[in-house]
Every structure is written in structure tokens, then in C-alpha cells.
Design a protein around this ligand. Structure first.
Ligand SMILES: Cc1cc2nc3c(=O)[nH]c(=O)nc-3n(C[C@H](O)[C@H](O)[C@H](O)COP(=O)(O)OP(=O)(O)OC[C@H]3O[C@@H](n4cnc5c(N)ncnc54)[C@H](O)[C@@H]3O)c2cc1C
Ligand code: FES
Ligand code: FES
Length: 1280
């Protein structure tokens, strides 16, 4: 039987027909090879968690290359002859760690660690393939496809840039600093150069470096046919074979890189899958008159070629611009195997696809060769290709014409919602061919993408331009007006609005003219409008004091798990090796308007899928159908695990389908049909606005809290009022919502990705009607939670436990991203209506603010109380009236999302301060100052300090000058203050066990390690208390056995409370040891412990932090200055510099706190700029449910210059060991970006002649919303 043969980390594997086309390399690596270091999240090439390296001989030359791929996009049957390297193969505990792994660990480039293997593998591929020939900038540019939600990217970028051939001095210094740091190995020892664990020889590293890797004969190009039962997989090498298969089969699909499924998901493969990746006739290039590119050429290879040919051949100089454009297409792992033909065919199949290749090729009038057989070939234009019948045809090549730059000018643009790895909002290509020795146009080509499926050329405008000089105002206006008439985009939610895309398309024409126009024909102020924003390679500094006298407390050390995270040895819930007979579960969701009523389920289609085993509904739940038991603190209302009757929101989970494979369960879930007794007729109420307008207003709005004024001022000179809206945010944890439940001899073992052990324990026990002590919940670590796994994870855990309970088999539930986006609630959207009376100085005489927060479909997790607290920020509130209302809407029940209520509270009041300042014409800083709490408030000093550190006043002047000199580029610089009102929740315990054998210590606690460094902080506290090195301490998984009844880890306080409990538990042991120590005259720790053991001292102690402890709430102070630059003609932005000062008290662990601050801030930047959620207003269906449509920030969206300062000489008399919490506050400071953006937009509007009126940029400040706030008019687009 034919097989696909490949190697993983040097070991040979064979995949036969048992593995169909839908088995990805990722599934194979994790579930068959059992190498769980490689992760997965989105399964569509959008997150990078799954990246592995591949070494393979690539046609046409068969040169062996090493490159990265997204293992989620590669079918395992595509891997014939490949040597695959996973993170375990790069370095591990048994061999040694690779320098990339140890540097990332030392630079603190990991938090939860779930994304880390993907980063390592991408860097490894770059490092191995380009050793010593890559610059810092190129390195930073190479991670468009890797998302990290925790770190804010800065430490990752720094660590990797040290491998560049031109690291700057700052980085070299950092490298020297961190080289002194040793990181803990999983063996519990510090890494040192001569560690005996290091690999003794190359064999141990698993990766063969010689050429014996190739597991098949390189010259053997015989077709392989893998019989997968119903389907066949053809691995072809020559075109003739491809045509032969196509001629005999109607039902077929060609596959090249197979990355297209990342854009258009493939639910079902046809009967015949033809792998053409190695077909020699589709490879390579020729250059005679035209440049002919084989359609099977991967995009990375094409880009390299563009770079080379553009520098060598003047007729193809335009390919440099194409290279730059392609640099914004997808990302390196996709481009490494994604081919030209595949991209163009995606456009063919889906005319609305914003294909950048199609755009580029059509702009220069490229021709394509389409073949019906090896001899029957035809050349067609790109537009005619779209009309060609492609049945049984293959794209063979693309021919690019020579275009001399002497008489041809070309400019292309791609406008995206974030800096990299996003499809175009609008893309555009412009070609102007001039008559010989003339300013007049012979021909203009104007091509746009993302207007409407059929729109390619602005034909009428092209016609108008012929014979004209494009670089004079008259022609420009003519062209713009013509474009205005002929561009008519279709609404295509969740794509940006048609109005924006139309104006953007027009603006891009103007931008191209600005770019190409000779200098003497244009006002110099306009020139910078022609370029896309080019940001500098990022940098960052961290400034803090450290008190060596208390080390290891306050010592800057890397996370204790950093190294195992970098090697993939750190395990997450779904990394439990395959269990005998295990099954997979998925939710069947009620995809219908809220209020519809379920009658029954039709599972017949689902059960036709081989491997589908069972289906359960609410009726199968033996106990309470609730995953929010109200006997757990914070929860007041039951929420159903599975919907019984009335659907609460579009996507409400109503059933569980169980199958033998994850993919089958997810596929089968879509095949279950839910029948409804009735379908709701009225539109869902999705927003506060909808509810306020509805007849259900009274029952859907509850007042949570009011705060009344103590007095009212009577010097009212101005009244400022308005409405401010903040939208929602998806947590975007990289580890999906996951639970694995195993049957044990006395109940269930629940390995859950939860932030809350106790809730999981209670909810499962009550839903299954079993004793709580039969349910053991274990959490090693969580791959990012940010609040989204506090209560919501419990629904998944209950569902998984139900399956195991009923079937008696291990069950895994890994929630796909799309289901997650649909069924799991998010940050509460908040809005407020306010009115403020102020005097001439802006001092508030009265303030009334009515807040609405959208809870979604349940009242649980209302935030009114704390929102009111945070709204007060650092200001004197005695004249304020605040009212907070919770609003029930028809969406999934919303939940805490990093810095919940504080983000909203601080943003609302800072918005009001800015608006007052604008109204009275005073500096916002002045307005803030007059309203500050006057006594005992360090914020004014912090602001003053930050203004000094950030050189604020001088830079304001520079910004002013820049804005005067640039009509279409504007900068804004703003600063905001923060007081974050920290409160404690609990209880949390910590259990310390000291081992007499060697004095080593184990901590296990009731908190959850999810990247925030709780384990490292606990270990540092313990080491400090016992006076021993940190490496003597190991922190074990959290479990409901050792930490029953523990509170959810969240609200920034988990680390502190666990540190407190650790300190107290250590004190108990120290007290027991005191007499022994005295007796032995202060002996070494190991001897002390041995002796204590011998005389019967209990060396284990537990302490539970609770509200009765003497730990008082306190305030965290901070300030942030941010400078942004906006491309006014597109709405794109670049955060040029951020200075952030935070009061961390005496930090328990400075490196961890810097990382918390940076990570929180960047998550805030995402919230305010690129993360937009959209729902269908008729049905309530979420439209932004994928990485293709939802855009958290990437590595090039972070501040280009990010400086973090801790408040100097700060100590906290109330906190734990004088520290302050850092997990969330910095996120509140991120709203400063909105003010800086508004300032930039304001400058542009003033230039356009608008009055200086207050202008809102709708939140989030996406490219669309920024652009729209400018108020562009065609008449504004001039040259002189
Ligand atoms: C995360 C991500 C981001 C992306 N971003 C962008 C972007 O910003 N801009 C953009 O333009 N594209 C983008 N893409 C699309 C990407 O360029 C394509 O996925 C890739 O080029 C497809 O090539 P492939 O070889 O993998 O095609 P495959 O997935 O193998 O095939 C795609 C289709 O093309 C057909 N096909 C392949 N080769 C031929 C041929 N020679 N003749 C006839 N039919 C053929 C196949 O039958 C299939 O139907 C993105 C993709 C991903 C996954
Ligand atoms: S899982 Fe492959 S890119 Fe996200
Ligand atoms: S460390 Fe990157 S997602 Fe958590």
C-alpha cells in the first residue's frame, strides 16, 4: 500500500490511507507522534501557535531548504520526503537547549508560554536558513504570523534581534546583562555552560544535519497514490499525471501549498485530491522578454526573485515595489508554501477575495497561461482568467511584462486594519505610462481590490486620463470626481463600510499621485502623504530600582518556567498524551435568533459520519443544569450548561456531540439539526441603544449602584455634555477553552484550562450529582485567560465531565475559535451619558454620569460597583453623581476581560477631562490638575516626573512643527494619569512542603499560573523567607486536592494573595524550625531540615489568605505619555513612543512586573485600535469570529519606542511585602492613544479648514474610524 514517508525530529513516520486529506500535520505531530510541544489555536494560519520547521528538497532544483510552515494548514499527506523539526527537536531537557530557546527565556519573552513554541520555530527557521545575514529590522519583520497575547512582544523582539548581524549597542548591553542570568531548567538546576545534561553529540539533538535526512529517493518522481478508502490522494510530480487524473475524475481538487484553506475553510474534501506542490512544470522561472513565473512557485521564492531581478534589470525595477507590497501579504510560513497559482485560483473561486497577487499582476497587464493538457495551453489576461471555465484546467505560469521606468510609473498600496498579516481593507495598483518625452499619459491603469466582486478597473477614469498630465490639479480633480462616480463598493460586513472603502480608494489615487509627482509640481507639505508609514525597528527600556539587600525578593529574574516553555516541555491541558479509548466533544449550538424555542434535535446526518459516538442534551445532565452555581462567590444566577428551551443568544450551546476525533466532533456538531417550536420574529436586542428603544427597557435594565454628590459648586461657566461609547473585546487567549476529563477509580480527574479550581469542582459535582470530593480539578497552567476562563471555562468543563461520566471514557473538549467567539462572552460594552458644569478653569462644579454596561444574556458578572470606583480615578469626586446600570442584551453572557471596569472607568473620565479642556480652551493637563484630589495624592508628582522623563514639553513643540510641515501626516502627543483602586478577593491557600532528603521545597497553591508569574513570585517569596536559593523551590500544579475552595485568580491580586499565603505558610514552618535552629546554632538549611525531620518536626504547612487577614486595599498610581503618527489619507497609525510610569511598590519581581505592564498596555492598544467585534443586527450572529476578521495587535503594532519606569523609592505599607499588583492597571493607561489620535485628526481637520470643533473618533479607533473622523472631501485633495 502506498505511503507518505517523512521524518519528525529524525524519526521516520509513514502515513497511509488511514490518514485522510483532512488530517493536518499538526494533528499528526500532536496525536500520532505524541509531540505535544507544537500547539494549535486558530487552525487557519492566523496565530502561529502551530509553526514547525521543514527541511525539504524543493523543485525545480531540488535544493534542500529549511523553512517554516503552519502545521495546521499542511495536510500530513503533503509531507512526503519532508524532514519536520518541532520545538522538541530544536532543544530539550535531555539534549540541551538551543541558544534561541535560552535567550528567549532570559529576555523574559514568555508569559503563559502557549505561543512560545511557534515563535521559537519561526525564529529557528530564519536563523538556520539565513545565519548571520539577517538584520534586526528583517527579524522584527518576520513574525507577522505569530500572535502573543501576553507579552506585548517587546521582550520577544529584543531576544530575537540579538541574533541579527547588526544588533545595536542597547541590545548588546541587554544581552550581556541577561547572559549573567541563569534560567532554571526543568531538572531544577540552573543552566550553566558545562552542564552535564548538555548533548554529548549531535545524535542526541535528534536532528540530522547531514544529507541523509531525505527519506525518499530524490530522483524518484513517480506518482504516489494513497488510498484513503472513500478518497484518494495523488502525490504528483509531472503535469501529465495531473491531467490524466483530472480527465478520469469529475470530483477532484488540486492542492499546492494548501494554505488557501486558511482563508476559505475546507469542510469536505472531494473524492480525489491531487497534490501538485512538486509538479516540476509549475516551478521555476524564465526571463527573456517577459518574466515567466511558474504557477507553483511559492510566494517567498517569488519575492526573492523580485528583489534580485529588480536590482539587475531596469525593465523590471518595478518588482521592488511588488516585493514591498508582497511583504504585507500573509506572513512567512504561509508564503513559504503558498503558491502563486493557489492565490490566483482563490480569486477565481471567490471574486470578492482581496487577492494582492491578482491586483499586482493586473496592474502591469500580466498574462497567465492556462492549460487543458500538456500541449493545449492558452494565454489569458488576469481579468479574462476570471471568466474562463477552469474545469480540468491548470494555471501553468504568469508572464510579467518589462516596463521601463523611463516612461512608466507604478505605485501600489495595501491598507490593512493592523500593520501586518491582515487582508486588505482596500488595495490599489496604479500604472501611468507616459508618451515618449512627455508629461502626457499614453495609458493609465487603475486597479482596486475589495470594492465589489466584479470591480477590477476604474475603466472610466482610466479613459479620462489618457492624453492628460496627471500631475496638475485640474486633471487630479477630474480623476477624483470620476472615481467618485464609478467606485461603488458593496456593503460586505464585517468588512469596513462601503462609504469608507469608497473614499479610501479615492484617497489612494491621490496618494499615488503625491508619491509619483515631480517635486516641483507639488507643495512640499503634501509630499509625505504619498508614502505609507514606515516605522523604525522597535526598542524598549525598563527603568527600576532593585534592593539587593532583600534578594531574591525584588530580584529581576526570568520566570522559573521560562525554559521549559521555550522548549515545548511545559504542558497545558490538552498536552496529556493520548489516552486509551479517548473521545472528543464539541458543542452543538442553537444558531438562531434569541427567544426562539427548541423542540428537538435531528442527529441523523451527524451519525452518518464515521466516528460519531454519542449526542447529549440537557436531559442527560443528572444534576443541576448550571455552570454558575450560586453557592460560589461572585455568581448570583444560574446559567445553563446546555440550553433547554428558550435560546438566549445566537450560538447558545444546546447539545454535545462526541466522536473519536476532534475534527469529526467539530464537523458533526455542524450537522446536527435543531428543530424549533418557534423562531423569534423580532430582531435581537444587541446593544444598550436597542434596549433603551425597546418595550423591554424596564425589565432589561437594572441600576447597580449610584454615588451621590456631597455638594454642588455654583460657579458654572460652561456646560459640557455628551455620550461616550466603549466597545467589547474578545480575550483572544492563545490556548483555546480546553478541558480533558479522565475517569478514575473514585470519580473524575478534570484537567481544565480554568482560572478557578473551586468553581469547576463545585459546578461539575452539582451538575453530575456526585460528591465534590470525587471530582479532582488539576491545572498545571493556563495558556492565557485574561478573565475569559474564570467562569466561562466551567461550561466546557461541565460538558466534558458529563461525557466522561456517561461514557466512562476520557473526553477532550477543545473549543474551536469560531465556536468560542460565538458562545463565550467578552468584555462588557459600556456607554455613558454625561453632563458636567465647570468654571473658567475647568474645575467641576457638578458632574452627572449615567453608565450602561451590557451584561449579555445573564446578570452575572455585572461591573457597576467597581466601574463607579474606577471612574473616580485620581479626581476629587465630592460634586459627582454617578449611576451605573446593567443592561441585559441578547448576546452571550459577557464576562471579565483584563482590567474589567477599570479600563472603562478611567477611559470615561479621561475622555470627559479632554472634552472639558477643549470646551474651555485650556490645556487638558490644567483641567486635570484643578480637579485632582488635593490631599495625599502622588499623581501630580508622577505626572510631573513623567513629563520630565519623556521630555514632554519639547516633544509637544516638535509635534507641532511636524504637523505644520506635513499636510497628510499628523502626530499627536498626550499624557494621562491613573489611580487604580485595588481591592482584594480570596481565599487563596499556599501549601509548602520541605523535603528532608535535600532541603528542597515544593509549593502548591490555589492560584492559577497563566503567564502572570504567580509561581515565580511565590518561589521568590519562599526563597526569601527561608533564605535559600530560588532553584531549591519547585511549584507544582494547582489542584483542588491541595487547594480546595480557592477563589478565581484574577483582578490582579492572585499573585499577591498567593505570595501572602506563601509568606505565612513559610512563617509557620520557620516557627517550628526556630528551636532546632537555635539548638544547632544556625546551621546550613539542608542540615537544619534533616535534623528537624529526625526529631519529628512537621515540614509541611499551609496557609489560606482570606478577607480576615490584615491586608488592606490600596491605590496604584500611574501615568502614560504616548505619541502617535497618523497617515491621514488612510487612517493607518504608528505609535512612535510610549513612556509609562507605574507605581509597583517594591516589586516582588521586577522583570515579571515590567512584562505585566507591557503586556497589559499592548492588549489595551488592541482594544482601542484594531479589535473590532461585529454582529448581524437581524440575527445576532457574530461576524468577526476568526483570525481573518478579528485583529489583536501584532509585533509591529506595539510602540516603536516603549519606555517603562517604576515609581522611584516606592514602598507599599499595605500590600504584600511592600509590593503592588501589576497585572491590569497598565491596560487602563492605553486609552491615552485615543486622545493622541484625536489630536492628530484635529490637526488634519484644521488644515482642511474645519472649525476647531470637538470631533469624536468612534471606538475602537480603527483605520476606518480614524479616516472617517477626518472628514475628507475630494476638493481637499490638491497638489499646490
Ligand atoms: C493567514 C493567511 C493570510 C493571507 N493573507 C493574504 C493577503 O493578505 N493577501 C492575499 O492576496 N492572500 C493572502 N492569503 C492567501 C495566500 O496567498 C494563499 O493562501 C496562497 O497563495 C494559496 O496558495 P496555495 O499553494 O497554498 O494554494 P492551495 O491552498 O493549495 O490551493 C488554493 C486553490 O487553488 C487551486 N490551485 C492551486 N494551484 C493551482 C494551479 N496551478 N492551477 C489551478 N488551480 C490551482 C487549488 O485547487 C485550490 O482550489 C493569506 C492566506 C493565509 C492562510
Ligand atoms: S493554529 Fe496554525 S496558525 Fe493558528
Ligand atoms: S506568552 Fe504569548 S500568548 Fe501567552
Amino acid at each position: 500500500m502506498a505511503k507518505i514517508v517523512f521524518k519528525i525530529n529524525g524519526k521516520q513516520y509513514e502515513a497511509d490511507g488511514k490518514f485522510g486529506p483532512d488530517v493536518s500535520l499538526n494533528e499528526y505531530i500532536r496525536n500520532v507522534a505524541e509531540l505535544r510541544g507544537t500547539k494549535a489555536m486558530c487552525h487557519e494560519g492566523g496565530c502561529g501557535a502551530c509553526i514547525v520547521a521543514v527541511r525539504a528538497a524543493l523543485p525545480p532544483t531540488n535544493e534542500v531548504k529549511l523553512f517554516s510552515v503552519n502545521s495546521c494548514l499542511v495536510s500530513v499527506l503533503s509531507c512526503h520526503g519532508w524532514e519536520i523539526i518541532t520545538v522538541e527537536g530544536v532543544g530539550n531537557r535531555l539534549t540541551s537547549y538551543h541558544e534561541i530557546q535560552s535567550r528567549l527565556a532570559k529576555f523574559n519573552g514568555t508569559q503563559c508560554g502557549y505561543c512560545t513554541p511557534g515563535w521559537i520555530m519561526n525564529m529557528y527557521s530564519i536563523y538556520e536558513s539565513k545565519k548571520n545575514s539577517i538584520t534586526q529590522n528583517e527579524i522584527e519583520n518576520s513574525f507577522a504570523g505569530n500572535i502573543c497575547r501576553c507579552t506585548g512582544y517587546r521582550p520577544i523582539a529584543d531576544a530575537f534581534k540579538t541574533f541579527a548581524n547588526n544588533p545595536d549597542q542597547e541590545l548588546i548591553n541587554k544581552l550581556i546583562d541577561v547572559e549573567d542570568l541563569s534560567v532554571l531548567r526543568s531538572c531544577g538546576k540552573r543552566c550553566s555552560k558545562n552542564c552535564h545534561h548538555k548533548a554529548k553529540n549531535d545524535k542526541e539533538t535528534n536532528i540530522n544535519n547531514d544529507n541523509s535526512w531525505c527519506v525518499i529517493e530524490r530522483s524518484d518522481n513517480k506518482m504516489i497514490v494513497v488510498d484513503c478508502g472513500k478518497r484518494k490522494w495523488f502525490k504528483t510530480y509531472v503535469l501529465d499525471d495531473v491531467f490524466k487524473i483530472m480527465s478520469k475524475n469529475n470530483d477532484y481538487k488540486l492542492i499546492a501549498g494548501n494554505t488557501g484553506q486558511g482563508v476559505y475553510h475546507v469542510d469536505d474534501y472531494p473524492l480525489n485530491v491531487i497534490d501538485i506542490f512538486n509538479v516540476s512544470e509549475l516551478k521555476g522561472h524564465t526571463l527573456d522578454v517577459n518574466l515567466v513565473l511558474g504557477a507553483g512557485m511559492p510566494l517567498s521564492e517569488m519575492m526573492e526573485l523580485f528583489l534580485k531581478i529588480s536590482s539587475e534589470n531596469e525593465d523590471f525595477a518595478y518588482l521592488k515595489a511588488f516585493y514591498d507590497h508582497m511583504d504585507l501579504v500573509a506572513h512567512i510560513p504561509v508564503r513559504n508554501i503558498g503558491t502563486i497559482g493557489g492565490n490566483l485560483y482563490l480569486k477565481y473561486m471567490n471574486n470578492d477575495f482581496q487577492s494582492d497577487l491578482f491586483l499586482l499582476f493586473e496592474t502591469v497587464g500580466a498574462m497567465m497561461t492556462i492549460a487543458e493538457s500538456v500541449i493545449d495551453m492558452k494565454a489569458v489576461s488576469c481579468t479574462n482568467f476570471l471568466k474562463t471555465d477552469m474545469k480540468r484546467k491548470v494555471i501553468i505560469n504568469i508572464m510579467l511584462p518589462p516596463l521601463s521606468s523611463k516612461n512608466t510609473k507604478i505605485k501600489t498600496y495595501k491598507i490593512m486594519p493592523r500593520s501586518q498579516n491582515a487582508h486588505a481593507v482596500v488595495n490599489a495598483g496604479f500604472l501611468f505610462r507616459f508618451k515618449r518625452n512627455s508629461n502626457l499619459l499614453e495609458k493609465a491603469t487603475i486597479v482596486y481590490g475589495s470594492i465589489s466582486p466584479k470591480f477590477v478597473h476604474a475603466t472610466k477614469t482610466e479613459g479620462i486620463l489618457a492624453g492628460k498630465d496627471p500631475f496638475i490639479d485640474e486633471t487630479l480633480q477630474l480623476a477624483l470626481k470620476s472615481l467618485d462616480k464609478e467606485i461603488s463598493p458593496e456593503e460586505a460586513p464585517p468588512e469596513p463600510s462601503a462609504a469608507y472603502r469608497k473614499m479610501l480608494a479615492i484617497s489612494l489615487y491621490y496618494k499615488a499621485i503625491l508619491n509619483l509627482c515631480p517635486d516641483d509640481k507639488i507643495d512640499p507639505k503634501f509630499k509625505s502623504g504619498g508614502e505609507a508609514i514606515k516605522r523604525l525597528t522597535s526598542r524598549g527600556t525598563e527603568t527600576y530600582d532593585t534592593d539587593k539587600s532583600v534578594w531574591p525578593l525584588n530580584q529581576p529574574i526570568p520566570k522559573i518556567e521560562a525554559l521549559v516553555q521555550c522548549s515545548g516541555e511545559a504542558t497545558f491541558s490538552n498536552d496529556l498524551p493520548s489516552q486509551p479509548d479517548e473521545v472528543f466533544a464539541a458543542f452543538v449550538t442553537a444558531d438562531v435568533i434569541a427567544g426562539s424555542v427548541i423542540s428537538d434535535f435531528d442527529t441523523s446526518e451527524a451519525f452518518k459520519l464515521p466516528g460519531v459516538l454519542a449526542f447529549y442534551t440537557a436531559k442527560d445532565i443528572p444534576g443541576d443544569n448550571s455552570f454558575t452555581p450560586v453557592n460560589c462567590t461572585l455568581l448570583n444566577f444560574h446559567e445553563e450548561i446546555l440550553c433547554t428551551k428558550e435560546v438566549k443568544f445566537y450560538g447558545d450551546p444546546a447539545g454535545i456531540i462526541v466522536a473519536t476525533r476532534e475534527k469529526i466532533a467539530n464537523k458533526a456538531a455542524k450537522l446536527v439539526k435543531i428543530n424549533y417550536e418557534s423562531i423569534a420574529k423580532s430582531k435581537p436586542l444587541l446593544t444598550t441603544e436597542d434596549v433603551l428603544k425597546s418595550s423591554e427597557k424596564d425589565k432589561r435594565i437594572t441600576m447597580n449602584r449610584t454615588m451621590k454628590p456631597e455638594e454642588v459648586g455654583n460657579d458654572v461657566k460652561y456646560v459640557v455634555n455628551g455620550e461616550f461609547k466603549l466597545e467589547s473585546q474578545h480575550h483572544f487567549y492563545m490556548e483555546p477553552q480546553t478541558c480533558v476529563v479522565r475517569p478514575t477509580e473514585d470519580g473524575l480527574e478534570v484537567i481544565s484550562s480554568t482560572q478557578w479550581l473551586d468553581l469547576t469542582n463545585v459546578a461539575i459535582a452539582q451538575s453530575l450529582n456526585v460528591p465534590a470530593n470525587s471530582v479532582t480539578v488539576v491545572v498545571r497552567r493556563v495558556g492565557g485567560g485574561y478573565g475569559g476562563k474564570i467562569t466561562r471555562s466551567c461550561q466546557i468543563a461541565c460538558a466534558t465531565a458529563l461525557v466522561t461520566h456517561l461514557l466512562g471514557r476520557t473526553c477532550r473538549f477543545i473549543m474551536p475559535l469560531e465556536t468560542n467567539m460565538k458562545t463565550i462572552g467578552k468584555r462588557l460594552p459600556t456607554s455613558c451619558n454625561f453632563e458636567v458644569g465647570v468654571n473658567d478653569e475647568g474645575e467641576i462644579q457638578y458632574l452627572k454620569n449615567i453608565i450602561y454596561q451590557e451584561n449579555g444574556c445573564s446578570w452575572n458578572e455585572s461591573m457597576g460597583y467597581t466601574t463607579v470606583n474606577h471612574f473616580r480615578n485620581c479626581y476629587d469626586t465630592k460634586r459627582w453623581y454617578i449611576e451605573a446600570n446593567a443592561v441585559m442584551t441578547d448576546t452571550a453572557s459577557n464576562t471579565w476581560c483584563r482590567a474589567p471596569s477599570s479600563t472603562e472607568g478611567v477611559a470615561m473620565i479621561e475622555y470627559i477631562m479632554e472634552k472639558i479642556a477643549h470646551r474651555i480652551g485650556k490645556d487638558p493637563l490644567h483641567v486635570r490638575n484643578v480637579n485632582m484630589v488635593k490631599e495625599d495624592n502622588p499623581v501630580p508628582d508622577l505626572m510631573h516626573q513623567l513629563m520630565k522623563d519623556s521630555n514632554y514639553n519639547n516633544r509637544l513643540e516638535e509635534v507641532k512643527q511636524f504637523n505644520e510641515q506635513n499636510r497628510w501626516r499628523k502626530r499627536g502627543l498626550k499624557i494621562i494619569p491613573m489611580t487604580y483602586d485595588l481591592f482584594y478577593i480570596g481565599p487563596y491557600n499556599s501549601l509548602i512542603s520541605v523535603y528532608h532528603g535535600d532541603g528542597s521545597v515544593i509549593i502548591t497553591h490555589g492560584g492559577i499560573e497563566m503567564g502572570q508569574g504567580i509561581n515565580t513570585k511565590a518561589a521568590q517569596v519562599c526563597a526569601y523567607m527561608f533564605g535559600i536559593p530560588v532553584e531549591k523551590i519547585s511549584v507544582k500544579p494547582s489542584s483542588s486536592i491541595t487547594s480546595p475552595n480557592s477563589m478565581a485568580t484574577g483582578a490582579s491580586v492572585g499573585s499577591e494573595c498567593v505570595s501572602f499565603a506563601t509568606m505565612k505558610a513559610c512563617e509557620i514552618i520557620l516557627e517550628r524550625l526556630a528551636p532546632v535552629r537555635e539548638m544547632m546554632n544556625n546551621p546550613p538549611w539542608e542540615e537544619l531540615i534533616e535534623k528537624a525531620f529526625q526529631i519529628g518536626v512537621d515540614l509541611q504547612a499551609s496557609y489560606m489568605y482570606s478577607a480576615k487577614d490584615d491586608v488592606k486595599p490600596y491605590d496604584i498610581y500611574g501615568a502614560c505619555a504616548l505619541e502617535v503618527e497618523v497617515d491621514i489619507l488612510t487612517g493607518n497609525l504608528d505609535i512612535r513612543r510610549v513612556d509609562l510610569l507605574e507605581d509597583t511598590g517594591r516589586s516582588l519581581s521586577p522583570k515579571i512586573d515590567v512584562a505585566q505592564i507591557e503586556g497589559a498596555f499592548v492588549m489595551g492598544i488592541g482594544y482601542w485600535t484594531s479589535e473590532k467585534l461585529m454582529y448581524d443586527s437581524d440575527t445576532g450572529k457574530i461576524l468577526t469570529d476568526r483570525t481573518w476578521t478579528y485583529k489583536p495587535p501584532g509585533i509591529k503594532d506595539i510602540p516603536a519606542d516603549f519606555r517603562v519606569y517604576f515609581r522611584r523609592n516606592s514602598k507599599n505599607p499595605f500590600g504584600v511585602l511592600q509590593s503592588k499588583a501589576t497585572g491590569e492597571p497598565a491596560l487602563c493607561l492605553a486609552s491615552v492613544v485615543t486622545h493622541a489620535l484625536r489630536e492628530a485628526v484635529r490637526a488634519a481637520r484644521l488644515d482642511a479648514g474645519y472649525e476647531d470643533q470637538w470631533v469624536d473618533i468612534q471606538n475602537p479607533c480603527t483605520v476606518e474610524n480614524i479616516f472617517s473622523a477626518v472628514g475628507h472631501k475630494v476638493e481637499h485633495f490638491i497638489l499646490k
